[in-house]
Write a protein that binds this ligand. Structure first.
Ligand code: OSB
Ligand code: MG
Length: 426
């Protein structure tokens, strides 16, 4: 199955021959988003924000808000278990309109070094002042202002999300259309945390397959891997199945990991160190199964290097991890030109982040099911209405109305707010 997906893609992409140009662009740290996208938009629907049809947007106020949402069930990965999510929402205010974004950082620096606390600091002291200093003319303008601050991708992304929601409202078109999306429905899968028992995991797998999800991803770690995957595969011989180790292994585990080759997995996500490319390339050379990188792909340059080194055959794009739409679009376009499948990862987002993921995943290159579940998979009630729903065929409809296509549920947000901070233009 994995081979089929990999083999069918380059076929579709035969007309694209700009990979070398794209690589040259990405080699340059100060890659200009406009020219880079314009150059490679032959097979990507031309993105309306490339031209300057809109007046610059003078942002009046940025609000940072944290909201604690209980999770329906604990979520356990190789780096620990959580039973609630501190959601960090940002709202961007201009001309009576509000754009919503979400900073996907966790409370603790485990998945990445960013936390809710570091993102609040970086937004308050650096990014918001840059965004408020003068009217924003384009996503490229905003990304260029942020580029002078190193790292803190999730903080940058949160503001880019809010800006893009606002921009698509101003342009009176859907966010999907604003970024050049082509899909009207997107295929989705579900990520299943480490469970107390194998029986419980098998139950969860049955449930989500019955709900229609098109791909099951199992979180693995040493002691919860080969036997678990073997049993799930034995019961579901045809299911699109993948695993995610969140960096729980080292190269010395290669013989152990090689056993996963028996299970016809779509991919093994981030088996090795969170910032590694070299060891992944060595592991990929001995594995039949495709490696997918998540944590290691922190931006367009890393995506290019990973593909060049052969560190992976599939890339997981998370808008937060890579630093916003500007960077996610570049990675998408580059991978599309190279024939590398991408898919949209998740960070247990609330409906705001989830809605942005739906728009991102509507781009043509997102050929594999995303980790974009229904709101109800994680939360008894979400911060948006309508909530995100997955149809019985395992797809989510891409909204067509202007903006995000979902409304912030202010009553529910207010009632669960833990902190609010307003940042205003000087
Ligand atoms: O590694 O993809 C990951 C959640 C939090 C942090 C990292 C990851 C995840 C998931 C869940 O796998 C994806 C989702 O459903 O949001
Ligand atoms: Mg992952």
């Amino acid at each position: 199955m994995a081979d089929e997906v990999a083999a069918s893609l380059p076929q579709v992409l035969q007309n694209v021959n700009s990979a070398t140009d794209a690589a040259n662009f990405l080699a340059n740290a100060s890659c200009d988003l406009l020219s880079c996208r314009a150059m490679h938009s032959a097979s990507v629907t031309a993105a309306p924000w490339l031209n300057s049809a809109n007046d610059p947007i003078a942002i009046e106020k940025i609000e940072m808000r944290t909201v604690r949402l209980p999770l329906n069930e604990p979520f356990e990965t190789s780096f620990g278990s959580i039973d609630s999510r501190l959601i960090f929402l940002v709202s961007i205010h201009a001309d009576g309109l509000t754009g919503w974004g979400e900073v996907v950082a966790a409370e603790e620096p485990r998945y990445s070094y960013e936390t809710v606390g570091t993102a609040q600091h970086v937004i308050r002291d650096y990014l918001a002042p840059a965004m408020l200093s003068q009217p924003v003319t384009s996503l490229n303008d905003l990304a260029t202002r942020f580029a002078s601050f190193r790292g803190h991708n999730m903080a940058k992304a949160g503001l880019e999300l809010g800006y893009m929601d606002l921009l698509s409202q101003v342009s009176n078109q859907s966010l999907s259309k604003t970024i050049g999306g082509t899909r009207v429905r997107i295929p989705v899968g579900v990520s299943l945390g480490i469970q107390p028992t194998l029986a419980q995991l098998l139950d969860r797998v049955e449930k989500y397959l019955a709900d229609g999800y098109r791909r099951i991803k199992l979180k693995i770690k040493p002691g919860w891997d080969i036997d678990v995957v073997r049993e799930v595969r034995r019961r579901h011989p045809k299911t699109m199945l993948s695993v995610d180790a969140n960096s729980a292994y080292t190269l010395s585990d290669q013989d152990h990991l090689k056993q996963l080759d028996d299970f016809d997995l779509l991919m093994i996500e981030q088996p090795l160190n969170h910032d590694d490319l070299i060891d992944h390339a060595r592991l990929q050379s001995i594995l039949k199964t495709a490696i997918c990188l998540d944590e290691s792909i922190t931006g367009p340059a890393r995506a290019r290097q990973a593909i060049e080194l052969g560190s992976c055959r599939i890339i997981n794009i998370k808008i937060g991890r890579v630093g916003g739409y500007s960077q996610a679009l570049l990675i998408h376009d580059f991978c599309f030109a190279k024939g590398t499948p991408v898919w949209c990862g998740g960070m247990l987002e609330s409906g705001i982040g989830r809605a942005h993921n739906i728009s991102l995943a509507s781009l043509s290159g997102f050929s594999l099911p995303g980790d974009i579940s229904a709101s109800s998979r994680y939360f008894s009630r979400d911060v948006i209405f309508p909530e995100v729903q997955v149809a019985t065929d395992g797809t989510i409809e891409v909204p067509t109305q202007p903006g995000l296509g979902f409304n912030a549920d202010m009553d529910y947000i207010y009632s669960h707010t833990q902190s609010v901070e307003c940042l205003e233009a000087p």
